[in-house]
Write a protein that binds this ligand. Sequence first.
Ligand code: BGC
Length: 454
Amino acid sequence: MFRDNFLLGASLSGFQFEMGENVVDKKTDWYVWGKNDLNAHSGMLSGDDPESGPDYWESYQKFHQLAVEAGMNALRIGIEWSRIFPEKTYGLTGEKLSEIANYDAVNHYKKIMRDIKEKGMKLMVNLNHFTLPLWAHDPLAVNRKMDFTAPGWIDSAIVQEFSKYASFVVEQFDDLVDYWSTLNEPNVVAKMGYLNNNSGFPPSIIAPDLWSKAMNNQIDAHIKAYNAMKSKTDKPVGLIYATIWFDGDEIAAEAFKFNNYYFLDSVNEYCDFLGINYYTRTVVKKRNKPIKIGNIEIQWDSLPGYGYSCQPNGFSRDGRIATDNGWEIYPEGLEKIIINLSERYNKKLFITENGVADSLDRCRTYYLLAHLDVVEKLANRCNIEGYFHWSLTDNFEWSEGYSKRFGLVYVDYENKCFVPRPSYYVFREIANNKSIIQFNSLLDLFERENTNNK
Ligand code: BGC
């Protein structure tokens, strides 16, 4: 059983959810990146308009009602930096900084948060989920011209600006928030932005030295923001991280350390909790010749056919079910990560994202049961305080646009209609009973299926 105050909810972010025809946020890097024709024509991005989204900004009450009716007692949402500070903040502090804040956006976020609280849910607010204000990051200039006038996370000046934004946001919203988080998946931002020129993530260039800068500036940004926030709030302030479990030969342990420990060790002292995002694993094999990234030697290759690189809706080379985007269902990875990170850091943990692209709701119920089973078994031993599913509804899946559907609730984007999928009702049963126990035999059946396809 989950204890009574265990949080069972869903995670949302700003950019992926807020927009929907009338509420366009043009002042963010992902907006210009997503709207760029060449990006779409090259096939790197879907070409879907970010502003045709599920419209959380205007329809937030509907979303919150859906969460309540699913038995959720918590939601994680994001604030868009570009909405609060659409113009440059360099050199401005105190009153001068407050003067350029967008109070329409501040007041609107307050309404959203108040509604969550009035509906009886706990609220986790994350301050940065992949997007940066355009004044801080112009990804087209970087990608097309190597023009680094607004270079994003690779510029150390952003550290100070982020902490000013974080501290302003705490001043405005702290009475409504239960848990704060600074960054979502800084490791993904650095890897997809600077180690892959076809990732679809801005600025999509290959520049290992810039990858190091992006990692280190985000470490500094988290620490500076944490200190600034803690001087104004008693609420827990944490970090949300993209964890991956690594299997394979003797090099797998090195790959795991590289992906997880470098960042987390550096911020460990400055985190009241750790948010674990987990989707699947990676299987690696030792390389004959290492690749160098700055001072770091990468001694492994990822093997296709496992983890993130399976045939969509097929099976992994291990015979396990793969999802609409070809991600292998591998709940054992979550178990190993939780144990590993809880032993290393001895911190309160939240599972802040975990979910599946599954438009037909073919395997979401299995995914949900298998991962929640792990969480239920480890919650007390490993100090886990909550589980947030990704996500409540379908949303804008970055470079893949609206084609990948991660929602417990289906979204008809044209008519802005919301239809709960069968797995939504499974979530409700679990949340109402505070356990997956009543689904044990179904889970056994699914598990036999998932491991018997070799
Ligand atoms: C991100 C989400 C994304 C999800 C599924 C996570 O890495 O934080 O924004 O939608 O994965 O790809």
